[in-house]
Structure formats: structure tokens, C-alpha cells
Design a binder for this molecule. Structure first.
Ligand SMILES: Cc1cc2nc3c(=O)[nH]c(=O)nc-3n(C[C@H](O)[C@H](O)[C@H](O)COP(=O)(O)OP(=O)(O)OC[C@H]3O[C@@H](n4cnc5c(N)ncnc54)[C@H](O)[C@@H]3O)c2cc1C
Length: 388
């Protein structure tokens, strides 16, 4: 990746924002289990940070994905993962399909205010009975003249309690599971939508995640993104950016764990000398930093190809898999060297240990990434390389 002065300026803008607006408040937001999302999003919107890659016609910066990646990486310096996660939902999970395939009217109504930060979005794919198996979801949108009538529910929806719209994946016909789905933008104040109290999570506690119910929710068909039945394909494309964002966002969070652990091990003495003087510890830190650099290289390579409009399904899946696995390894190893202090709830490494654990589960679990990689390697039983 060749970073320009513009990339570095963007990095600094994000870093300054995190240090000024997010980090001083993280402990309080983590305790409360939420943060003032509309206020923060409006401030991000004022700096154009919610529309880095989005079209200029709708208020975005019109830059390529490498700038998005730089921002995702820099948001990783946040003192709690929940706030960046919720920003990533807005920029890289619930709006990519809208920006790419949405109509002019949809973009005016939903994309423009998502970029300015006036509207908060969420992405509704997972259900109680369908997380990994996206094709098996049951929420349906039945045709009724110019409208759809939506019934069903969505589970684990980040930002839902504060969201103004949901980008919803629902069945719009009885066709085959990969051909019967559509992405529909549904305003969250539409009658028939209810949001359960936010879920009590292991980590990412400053972001809200909740179950959303749809009971005869009437929405105009003009809110459907693209042609009926193309929602599964669009969501799979949208997942590529979600996965790249997830990998990029972990890099600096993990580096932060290593740096803080080194600082702690310099101060903390056992048997008359600083912990860091133990070769087992300073070698381990060197190993972890090496692994983080490898994750960075993989993520940058995927990003470069994505910018060149190549298919990055395999590389993005590899980056997401590596980020999840390494996230568990780094946070676990670092926590160990903090001893009892590392086991305390508010310890920064213990918080990262809980936050980063999500990466192996959300947005496609490690095993789903392995399945995609195997499929593209041609090693899945019954599948040949190139089969769709
Ligand atoms: C904090 C949080 C935020 C989230 N935010 C959102 C959101 O905003 N929008 C949204 O739509 N969803 C969201 N999700 C849902 C998330 O994407 C799903 O939890 C995830 O896709 C896994 O689905 P599942 O929980 O149903 O696990 P399941 O599908 O039940 O799988 C359970 C486990 O089984 C294993 N597994 C599954 N399939 C296979 C297989 N074929 N082979 C081998 N092993 C397998 C995996 O280890 C997996 O973790 C969120 C989840 C969490 C925890």
C-alpha cells in the first residue's frame, strides 16, 4: 500500500477525534452499556468521516476503499471496541449496498443523512435460527400492491435501539434460498416494529445490540434496493467490506494491547527485576508484534485488490479469519502478563480480550470463513474450484 499525504491527514483526523471525543468517555459508556450515538455521529458527519468512500453527490468524500481502511485501522485506537463497531456498522455494514445499488430517491432519503450523521443505520441479517446460515432466514416481506408487509424478527442487531433505519434482508418470494431474498430499507419508526431491551454482552459493551421484531410492517416497494431476489448476492458483496473493516479495525487494537503490556512489564517487578527482562516475555511480545504485522500485510493486500475492483472474497475471508484468531491469541497472551490485574474488569487488556472475541463470531464465524476459503481452493467435498 502506498499511502499519500491525504491518507496520513485522514489518519490524523480520526486519531484526533478518537482521542478527544471517544477515549475520555469510554469508561462511562462501557458502564452504561450505551453511548450518545446521535451526538457522536453528527460530529463524525461534520468531519465527513461517515462518508469517506461514499459518492460526493450525496455528501461523501468520494475516496477509494484504501481511505476507509485507514480510518477503520485508526478507529482501532479507541479505548473500547463498542464505539468503533457501531461506526463500522454505519459506514461498512448497512450502507455499502445502498450506495452501490440504491436508487436516487433511496440515497437522498437514507444515504445522505447517514453520511451527515443525522440518521443512524443498522443491518438486519441474523435471526435466532439463522446466523451462519444466512440463506435459511425466515423473515418475510410479502407483496401487497405497491408495498411489502414484513413479518419476522432479527437477532443481535447492533445500533438497533437508536437506529433510524434498518437495511433488512428478507425473503420476498418462495424461490430458492439464494434467489428469494431482497434488501429493503425500513425506517425504524414504521408501525409494527418493536425493539427489545439491549442485550447484555460479554464485550463491545458501549454499543447497543438488540432483537428487532416485525409485525405486519408495511413498507413501500420503492424501499427495496435493486431488483427483487438479488438481496443475497448484494449482502454477500456487502459482507466483503464488513470483513475488511473488521480485520483493519483489529490491527491497532491489538498493537495497543502489546504496547500497554510492554509498558506494564517494564514497571512491574518480580524476583527483583522487571517482568520484561524475562526472555519468555520479551520474545513473546516480539512474536505477537510480528503476527500483527502479518495481519496488516494481508489486510492491506486484500484492500489493494478491492480498490482495483478484483474479487477479494478469498483474501477478505482470510483477513477476517486471521484477525479473529490473532485477536484471541494476542489478548489472551497479554492478559496473562498482567497477572491478577489483567483479570480485573476495567483493565484495558481484559476489555480488549472481551471485545475482540466478537471477531471470530460476528459477520461470519471463523468456520464460515474457512468454508469460503476451502470452496475457493476447491477442497470442499462435492465442490470443484470455480463452482458458485
Ligand atoms: C455483539 C454482536 C453483534 C452483532 N451484530 C449483528 C448485526 O448488527 N447484524 C446482524 O445481522 N447480525 C449481527 N450479529 C450476529 C452475528 O453475525 C452472528 O452471531 C454470527 O453470524 C454467527 O451466527 P450464530 O450466532 O447464529 O451462530 P450459529 O450459526 O448458531 O453457529 C454457532 C457456531 O457454530 C460454528 N459453525 C457454524 N456453522 C458451521 C459450519 N458449517 N461448520 C463448522 N462450524 C460451524 C461456528 O463456530 C459458530 O460460531 C452480531 C452478533 C454479536 C454477538
Amino acid at each position: 500500500m502506498q499511502f499519500t499525504e491525504e491518507h496520513q491527514a485522514l489518519r490524523k483526523t480520526v486519531r484526533d477525534f478518537v482521542e478527544k471525543e471517544i477515549n475520555p468517555n469510554c469508561d462511562e459508556w462501557e458502564r452504561e452499556g450505551r453511548y450518545p450515538i446521535h451526538e457522536i455521529f453528527r460530529k463524525l458527519g461534520d468531519l465527513s468521516l461517515l462518508g469517506i468512500q461514499k459518492p460526493e453527490d450525496y455528501g461523501g468524500m468520494g475516496l477509494d476503499y484504501s481511505y476507509n481502511l485507514v480510518a477503520a485501522e485508526e478507529f482501532g485506537i479507541a479505548a473500547a471496541g463498542g464505539v468503533p463497531l457501531s461506526i463500522g456498522v454505519q459506514t461498512d455494514m448497512c450502507t455499502p449496498a445502498l450506495a452501490r445499488f440504491g436508487s436516487t430517491e433511496q440515497k437522498e432519503e437514507f444515504l445522505r443523512p447517514a453520511i451527515t450523521g443525522e440518521k443512524v443505520g443498522c443491518i438486519g441479517v441474523s435471526e435466532v435460527g439463522a446466523g451462519s446460515d444466512v440463506a435459511g432466514l425466515k423473515t418475510n416481506a410479502k407483496s401487497d400492491g405497491d408495498d411489502y408487509i414484513i413479518n419476522g424478527h432479527k437477532m443481535w442487531i447492533t445500533n438497533a435501539p437508536s437506529a433510524d433505519f434498518i437495511c433488512l434482508l428478507a425473503n420476498t418470494s418462495d424461490d430458492k434460498p439464494h434467489k428469494n431474498k431482497s434488501l429493503i430499507i425500513v425506517p425504524m419508526d414504521t408501525p409494527g416494529i418493536s425493539v427489545a431491551p439491549h442485550l447484555d454482552k460479554l464485550g463491545m459493551r458501549s454499543s447497543e445490540t438488540a432483537q428487532v421484531f416485525f409485525d405486519d410492517v408495511r413498507v413501500p416497494k420503492r424501499n427495496r434496493i435493486g431488483a427483487e431476489g438479488t438481496g443475497f448476492m448484494m449482502q454477500m458483496l456487502q459482507f466483503q467490506e464488513e470483513r475488511l473493516w473488521g480485520a483493519a479495525n483489529v490491527i491497532k487494537a491489538l498493537e495497543g494491547c502489546v504496547d500497554k503490556t510492554i509498558d506494564y512489564c517494564r514497571e512491574r517487578e518480580t524476583f527483583g527485576q522487571p517482568l520484561i527482562n524475562n526472555q519468555a516475555i520479551h520474545f513473546r511480545m516480539a512474536e505477537l508484534q510480528t503476527e500483527i504485522e502479518a495481519l496488516r500485510a494481508l489486510t492491506y493486500q486484500a484492500c489493494e485488490l478491492h480498490v482495483a475492483q478484483k474479487d477479494v472474497t478469498q483474501l477478505a475471508s482470510m483477513a477476517k479469519l486471521k484477525a479473529g484468531r490473532l485477536g484471541r491469541e494476542v489478548t489472551d497472551a497479554c492478559l496473562q502478563y498482567w497477572g491478577g490485574n489483567g483479570y480485573m474488569w476495567d483493565n484495558p487488556v481484559s476489555r480488549a480480550y472481551r471485545d475482540v472475541r466478537l471477531v471470530s463470531v460476528g459477520g461470519g464465524a471463523d468456520e464460515i470463513m474457512l468454508g469460503i476459503i476451502c470452496k475457493l481452493m476447491g477442497t470442499l467435498p462435492g465442490k470443484q474450484k470455480g463452482d458458485s
